[in-house]
Design a protein around this ligand. Structure first.
Ligand SMILES: NC(=O)C1=CN([C@@H]2O[C@H](COP(=O)(O)OP(=O)(O)OC[C@H]3O[C@@H](n4cnc5c(N)ncnc54)[C@H](OP(=O)(O)O)[C@@H]3O)[C@@H](O)[C@H]2O)C=CC1
Ligand SMILES: O=C1OC[C@@H](O)[C@H](O)[C@H]1O
Length: 378
């Protein structure tokens, strides 16, 4: 039986458009014959006409409802799950609004502004029996799934002892101070917007590849940050994490994750790898931006062994967001509250790392958006 998921889209900006375009792609082209997606409603905080414009521009089928407020959207009985596509500053309030109304939630990254907010959302989802997930789409790429499998099996690159992951966007000219990229009122800055992907690669390789009972948060977190002069948001952040061995009997080595992000430099100029996963027998190099990897190469230390490459296909001309949407649909179909590939606990641990990095470097957002109070008008 084919399971259809009815999506409500909360906000009409850039990523909402990209996500919905992928929802419209034919699932059969990516061998997903068990699920389908429908957009049944769209809301804009600006006006219902903006929501209608979004629907018209994307030629959404089935006459979805257009709402001029997020409140109306979360109360629509024809919506199963809300996709939250507002700036980071608004995720806690918006996700809570949806959960309190009894809706499942897929919330854009970074999940919240801080770990305290993330924990409250998780508690509410658990109590209300609702699905909740941070929309780290990269984790659901077939490429990410394959890379995690290679690491788990250990054969090709041996034991992983170091991961270098960068997402830097070569924007040396800077941003306007109002841009969500650098505006503190919108929880802007490289760390929450881009560094989350560098951390994703560190975590999905050094942490997520272990059985859940053996996953241990980093034992040390060291970091350095440069601030964007015009606003005080971070523009360049470097993080060094140590992942401990798990038990006294564990004969694995401790491992290091180095997660970097910066506005002014480029993480992968002219096709250089943006991520290197270094094991005792070789390394995996990841090509393309950390958020949308396009190829991996396995390079054995032993020169007698062949270098192997695998390139990601994007069926039906998609962007690659449909794989996370499919995961949500399957979790809803199966009555799961969280995804095993992006578990609540891991989102929280990563938020805690970002909290600590901000603490070490004095990056504080306005009280209103750091707060766990609800409801707060932003
Ligand atoms: N997964 C990915 O690849 C990407 C993820 N993102 C994430 O998606 C989220 C949104 O980013 P993006 O789409 O680029 O942002 P945009 O600025 O393009 O859109 C944000 C939307 O949020 C709504 N909004 C509500 N309140 C505000 C406010 N005070 N200021 C600005 N917008 C507001 C607006 O929609 P409306 O008026 O309709 O309510 C606006 O269009 C962020 O969390 C970001 O990190 C972003 C890019 C890529
Ligand atoms: O998630 C993202 O990925 C792509 C980047 O360009 C964007 O700023 C970020 O939010």
């Amino acid at each position: 039986m084919v399971h259809n998921t009815r999506w409500g889209i909360l906000a009409t900006g850039g990523i909402a458009k990209a996500f919905v375009k992928d929802l419209l792609k034919n699932p059969q082209t990516r061998n997903a014959s068990d699920i389908t997606h429908t957009v049944t409603a769209v809301a804009s905080s600006s006006s219902s006409s903006r929501a209608q414009e979004f629907i018209t521009d994307l030629s959404l089928p089935g006459m979805p409802k257009a709402y001029g407020s997020y409140e109306e959207l979360v109360n629509d009985p024809n919506v199963d799950v809300i996709y939250i596509a507002t700036p980071h500053s608004h995720h806690y309030q918006n996700a809570r609004l949806a959960l309190e109304a009894g809706k499942h939630v897929l919330c854009e990254k970074a999940f919240t502004v801080n770990a305290a907010q993330a924990k409250i959302l998780v508690d509410i989802a658990r109590k209300k029996n609702l699905f909740l997930m941070e929309a780290v789409w990269t984790r659901f790429f077939p490429l990410s799934v394959q890379v995690r499998d290679i690491i788990r099996k250990g054969g090709e690159i041996g034991e992983v002892v170091r991961v270098l992951a960068d997402l830097s966007i070569a924007n040396a000219d800077g941003f306007d101070v109002s841009s969500r990229m650098v505006n503190l009122d919108l929880a802007g800055g490289a760390l929450l917007d881009l560094g989350i992907y560098s951390l994703t690669w560190v975590f999905q390789t050094l942490y997520h590849t272990l059985p859940p009972s053996q996953r241990k948060p980093p034992s040390t977190i060291q970091s350095s940050m440069t601030k964007y002069p015009a606003t005080g948001a971070d523009e360049d952040t470097t993080i060094l994490l140590t992942f401990p061995t798990t038990t006294p009997a564990d004969d694995r080595r401790a491992s290091h994750g180095i997660a970097t992000t910066a506005f002014a430099v480029h993480s992968h100029p002219r096709g250089t790898p943006s991520i290197r996963i270094q094991g005792t027998k070789g390394e995996i190099q990841i090509f393309g931006p950390a958020f949308r990897p396009v190829k991996y190469r396995v390079v054995p230390v032993d020169e007698k062994k062949e270098i192997r490459e695998w390139e990601c296909e994007f069926p039906d001309g998609g962007h690659g967001m449909y794989w996370e949407a499919d995961e949500v649909a399957r979790c809803l179909r199966d009555g799961k509250l969280e995804s095993e590939r992006m578990p609540w606990e891991e989102s929280i641990v990563i938020m805690e790392v970002m909290d600590e990095v901000r603490r070490q470097n004095g990056l504080v957002y306005p009280e209103k958006i750091e707060s766990v109070e609800y409801p707060v008008a932003l």
